[in-house]
Design a protein around this ligand. Sequence first.
Ligand SMILES: CC(=O)N[C@H](C=O)[C@@H](O)[C@H](O)[C@H](O)COP(=O)(O)O
Length: 242
Amino acid sequence: MSVEGDSVHQVLQCKREEFLNRVRGKLIVSCQALDDEPLYGSEIMAKMALAADQGGAAGIRANGVEDIAAIKKEISLPIIGLIKRNYDDSEVYITPTKKEIAALIDVGVDLIALDATKRKRPNGEKLEDLIEYAHSRGQLVLADISTVEEGLNAQQLGADIISTTMSGYTEYTKSKNQGPDIELVRELCKQSNYPVIAEGRISTPEEAVLLLEIGAHAVIVGSAISRPKLITEQFTKAIMSK
Ligand SMILES: CC(=O)N[C@H](C=O)[C@@H](O)[C@H](O)[C@H](O)COP(=O)(O)O
């Protein structure tokens, strides 16, 4: 490694340690609303992040440069940033290409979340190249995976942290769409020496505690906190089926 490469590596290591220390054993809240959701809008997401901050969250996961910029004005928690974008030639939609990575670097986030599943990416881009690109610009990468194999692969390719975000959302894990994927978290913690974040369909405080107890470094909760329409539906469905 060149002297320059060496110092980028050291900076990344420091940033990674700092992030991991801030969120260890804690809750990160995903504050996201897409343009077809009632709470869509960066001002609203900034207030959502403020509420999460006041409630004791240790970090925020957010989508899109407008939301991220607004959230950064409101609070100073570490931010995991992503950009959801659909391309015609791929099913990958979480920070799919270099273009979205560059936009996230420009707005400034602590960690870039990107799809690290084995699915083909848009424009034939490769996961390893995207990780390398982010690193070369001093940026950490959170690998959103759906299986143990993908987690280990992302680790090998140099991703900094792994999150179980995509379990239940890839064709080959679709059957696992009820509640958090506890087995995936358990296996990844056992097989990798990497920090694993538990994410996806965590809907109670008890589930969050359990996932931390089995080894997750932190938990990310989205819908159960920041999507009141879905939360309302759960109540109304339960009441209607009585
Ligand atoms: C699969 C996918 O696109 N997940 C997205 C990732 O950024 C978000 O829509 C989720 O809300 C987030 O992962 C948190 O999960 P949950 O909302 O289940 O607590």
